[in-house]
Ligand binder design. Structure first.
Ligand code: ADP
Length: 502
């Protein structure tokens, strides 16, 4: 197979990651590594160079069907359903150790596949292993409870918490390995079996992870991984009558299609969707900390984060200082290929995404907003976009309302101290994923946290990547909560049992 890995750009890659990327990729179905039924493959690009680095099987409805049947068999028969919770914990802890042991390899694959700088990819991988460990501990603690019954007679009543069954999981490309783990770890903790479809832009780490599931000793069919496109493989998984639950992370538009596709068998659905998250900076805040944090909130991962702080509300007293600081931060960011050690921000994921981000920026300027930040020149082959701050926006503008998923932030001054007013303006969005609040005034912080319609709020910090904290959306940002104990509600069903003792 001819890939772009022969270029000097990849000379620093370790033997294992380079060997894996260049290998002949297969999908994992029923414990076997297989090609797509159609025999078709599709190209995987390095977004930092635009080169093809790998080819993976193009799974579609037929492959999804085989994978769902394998997951069903593994759920009903074989070693998995009989496995004690403590054994599931042990398997998951083994997986976490393997992820850590292969951390450099995962990080390098993630950088080539997704584009992010290697140092950032490394930190993400470490957090992923911790997520597996956190979830592993819950396997032995998923209990029902006894229930007091007020009916005549004597009763023993209790609830049982049972695995929901075969789960279809569809994930995006912005954090390929952690998105896979956010989905797989709780489902397996609960005793479900899974068909995972990674994003077509970034299938490589999910396939590598599949090898580690095998190495950790998970029985065949418990984790199945099908690579393919959304409209074919993804849609088939969301619609499949043999799937008990579908879990999705991605855009709100695609989330709505998943809901429609799920109607056939009314499978359970959880969705982690888009955002247009506000960050508020009050004049009493530690501006020296808040300013770089506000910049990172939007420039981190090239803005391709569902909880990115894409609307920056700054009190007028400190507006110029903060905005100038955010612009200076963006202008200083070294934007380049993720394998270049000096790079601090990588490309966006694809040519289409670059065009989309630039279209929003142009539209913003046409609508009368001002774009601040130095013009930058980039290697034209990679999908690079300049970090930018927009001022003089108005609430109706597309850049203020819609999720861009790029390094573009709208900065708005506020004057009044009326928290109701500040909150009601920021709440005028269809999204409700996250909000950041910077102030030293405890009363302001807690009052605003209550008034913002969002699933997560951070005070004097941006998004904490903490496995124990539930994460998910209000409004059109989603259904259900991932992470924390609450994610296990998505993967378990509650059964009540009432026994007459008379
Ligand atoms: P983007 O448009 O940025 O790629 P999406 O939300 O469409 O974001 O993609 C996230 C995931 O959803 C990917 O794995 C993609 O393949 C999948 N997907 C896209 N369209 C569909 C669909 N109609 N049904 C199921 N999955 C889909």
């Amino acid at each position: 197979m001819q890939t772009g890995l022969s270029s000097p750009r990849y000379a620093t890659l370790g033997e294992q990651s380079a060997g894996f990327i260049a290998s002949a990729h297969r999908m994992l179905i029923d414990g076997r590594w297989v090609e797509a039924c159609s025999g078709k493959t599709f190209d995987v690009f390095d977004p930092g160079t635009g080169q093809v680095v790998a080819r993976v099987p193009e799974g579609a409805a037929e492959d999804i069907d085989l994978a769902v049947k394998a997951a069903r068999r593994a759920f009903e028969t074989g070693p998995w359903p009989g496995m004690k919770p403590a054994e599931r914990t042990r398997l998951l802890l083994r997986l976490a150790d393997l992820i850590e042991a292969h951390g450099d390899e995962f990080a390098e694959i993630e950088t080539v596949d997704n584009g992010k700088p290697l140092a950032i990819a490394r930190r993400g991988i470490a957090g992923t292993a911790e997520m597996v460990r956190y979830m592993a501990g819950w396997a032995t603690k998923l209990n029902g409870e006894t229930v007091s019954v007020s009916q005549p007679g004597e009763w023993h009543a209790y609830t049982l918490r049972e695995a929901v069954g075969v789960v279809g999981q569809i994930i995006p490309w912005n954090f390929p390995l952690s998105m896979a783990i956010w989905k797989l770890a709780p489902a397996l903790t609960a005793g479900c079996t899974v068909v995972l479809k990674p994003a077509e832009q970034t299938p490589l780490n999910a396939l590598r992870l599949g090898q580690l599931f095998e190495a950790a000793g998970f029985p065949p069919g418990v984790v199945n991984i099908v690579t393919g496109f959304g409209a074919t493989a993804g849609a088939a998984l969301a619609a499949h009558a043999g799937v008990d639950k579908v879990a999705f992370t991605g855009s709100t538009g695609t989330g709505k299609r998943i809901v429609e596709a799920s109607l056939g068998n009314l499978k359970k659905v959880s969705l982690e969707l888009g955002g247009k998250s506000p960050v508020f900076i009050f004049p009493d805040a530690d501006i020296e900390r808040a300013t770089p944090a506000a910049a990172n909130a939007i420039f981190f991962n090239s803005g391709q984060v569902c909880s990115a702080g894409s609307r920056l509300y700054v009190h007028r007293k400190v507006f110029d200082r903060v905005v100038e600081g955010v612009i200076a931060h963006g202008d200083k960011l070294v934007v380049g290929h993720g394998l270049d050690p000096s790079s601090q921000m990588g490309p966006v994921i694809s040519h289409a995404q670059k065009e989309r981000v630039e279209r929003y920026a142009e539209l913003g300027e046409q609508e009368g907003a001002r774009r601040l930040g130095a013009p930058r020149a980039f290697d034209p082959d990679g999908y690079f976009v300049a970090p930018s701050v927009f001022v003089d926006t108005s609430p109706g503008m597309a850049i203020r309302r819609e999720e861009i998923f790029g390094p573009i932030v709208c900065a708005m001054p506020f004057d009044d101290e009326d928290l109701e007013h500040i909150a009601s303006e920021a709440n005028q969005t269809e999204f409700g994923l996250f909000a950041g609040i910077w102030t030293r005034d405890l009363s302001v912080a807690h009052k605003l946290a209550r008034r913002i319609k969002a699933g997560s709020v951070s005070v004097n910090a941006h998004m904490v990547n903490e496995p124990a904290l539930p994460f998910g959306g209000y409004k059109q940002s989603g259904w259900g909560r991932e992470r924390g104990r609450e994610v296990l509600d998505l993967y378990t069903s509650l059964k009540s049992v009432a026994v007459s003792l008379d």
